[in-house]
Design a protein around this ligand. Structure first.
Ligand code: IMP
Ligand code: MG
Length: 178
């Protein structure tokens, strides 16, 4: 464990359990359909990589990058598209892959955006969920773990672009950001 981590919240083993469970659930739900997994950069990269490797059916992938945070630990509520989709999505069955859902601002924006582009269906898959922080009511279809209101890093999640490379999810020491 590195010195900036207060404690490990989700271990590598627990992450892989969630990945396997969710991949199986999606395979069952999308029997006979072809899923387009859309990962939100950069936070979803680790989860996206593991999830698609655990998924054994035919699928395609794409990425989008949006920002709502700036440099702090609070969502600003404004969502900007930094990198758009690279494939047409009309008629597609999309699963948005996210690292963590906090206020819900990012996902409600993206879900509406995909709906307007005539996707056939749009569901949301997230490794982590902070239900107590929700501002916008948005249904989340696949959840790895619900967590308390703590700022977490690792396995794709960052604070000021750092710590994404940690193989586990940890709670960041308060002294680092306050
Ligand atoms: P929302 O729009 O408030 O739901 O924010 C979602 C995005 O904020 C996530 O995709 C993360 O990039 C970021 N975020 C929210 N909570 C955390 C956290 O605890 N650690 C790191 N990033 C977070
Ligand atoms: Mg993110």
């Amino acid at each position: 464990m590195i010195k900036d981590v207060e404690r490990i919240l989700v271990t590598e083993e627990q992450i892989m359990e969630a990945v396997q469970r969710i991949a199986k659930e999606i395979e069952k739900d999308y029997e006979g359909k072809e899923v387009l997994f859309v990962g939100l950069l950069k936070g979803s990269i680790a989860f996206m990589a593991d999830l698609i490797k655990a998924y054994t059916k035919t699928c395609t992938i794409d990425f989008m990058a949006v920002s709502s945070y700036g440099a702090g630990t609070e969502s600003s509520g404004r969502v900007n598209i930094i990198k758009d989709l690279s494939v047409p999505i009309d008629g597609k069955d999309i699963i948005i892959v996210e690292d963590i859902i906090d206020s819900g601002n990012t996902l409600s924006f993206i879900k509406a955006y995909f709906g307007a582009k005539n996707a056939n269906s749009v569901r949301i898959c997230t490794l982590l969920n902070k239900p107590s922080r929700r501002v916008v009511d948005i249904p989340v279809d696949y959840i790895g773990y619900d967590i308390e209101d703590e700022f977490v890093i690792g396995y794709g999640l960052d604070y000021n672009e750092h710590y994404r490379n940690l193989p586990y999810v940890g709670v960041l020491k308060r002294s680092i950001y306050s």
